[in-house]
Design a protein around this ligand. Structure first.
Ligand code: GDP
Ligand code: MG
Length: 177
């Protein structure tokens, strides 16, 4: 496959999951286009965006899928997960409930996806420290117990978004190249 005249060595599908309004679409906008919008509309229709990066001298096209505003439990269809090699499992550090729902999302993900799927737990909106409702320690402990990577991000301030995707894609690359 060619992108902008360049050869693409690998295409890796990565899915974004987590409750509505945790910032999934803004994380994707930051990664794919380096954009952020304050009043992002709820995503309509399943869509993905791509960005091509170089890992270990190979061209890797990341195909990142965003939910279609179907974040109710079990409303995301199996087609969404099909072929995914990585996932960002996102909660909002200011919304306890979005963290409490993470085990459900993880079950759903593990029930549908590749058994080697690389999963990053992401606590988004780290810029809102004053409104924090989930401690970094709690999340870190959960991630260790479940064997997940873990980072706190801010799509608004562009903190750790690049790092989160790079980590997942590099790990996928190690497994599948
Ligand atoms: P989604 O439903 O998970 O896709 O969430 P959105 O990406 O649509 O974001 C929901 C709301 O949270 C929007 O008003 C965003 O502007 C806001 N938001 C997203 N990421 C951040 C962030 O890192 N910091 C802050 N303060 N707000 C954010
Ligand atoms: Mg969205």
């Amino acid at each position: 496959e060619m992108a902008g005249g360049e050869k693409v060595d690998y295409v890796f599908k990565v899915v974004l999951i987590g409750d509505s309004a945790v910032g999934k679409s803004q994380i994707l906008a930051r990664f794919a286009r380096n954009e952020f919008s304050i009043d992002s509309k709820a995503t309509i229709g399943v869509e993905f965006q791509t960005r091509t990066l170089v890992i270990d001298h190979k061209s890797v096209k990341a195909q990142i899928w965003d939910t279609a505003g179907q974040e109710r439990y079990r409303a995301v269809t199996s087609a969404y997960y099909r072929g995914a090699l990585g996932a960002l499992l996102v909660y909002d550090i200011t919304k306890r409930q979005s963290f409490d729902h993470i085990p459900r999302w993880l079950d759903e993900l593990r029930g549908h996806a590749d058994k080697n799927i690389v999963i990053m737990l992401v606590g988004n909106k780290s810029d809102l420290e004053d409104e924090r409702a989930v401690s970094t320690e709690d999340a870190k402990e959960f991630a260790e117990k479940e064997n997940l990577f873990f980072l706190e991000t801010s799509a608004l301030q562009a903190t750790n978004v690049e790092n989160a995707f790079q980590t997942v894609l590099t790990e996928i690359f190690k497994i599948h190249s």
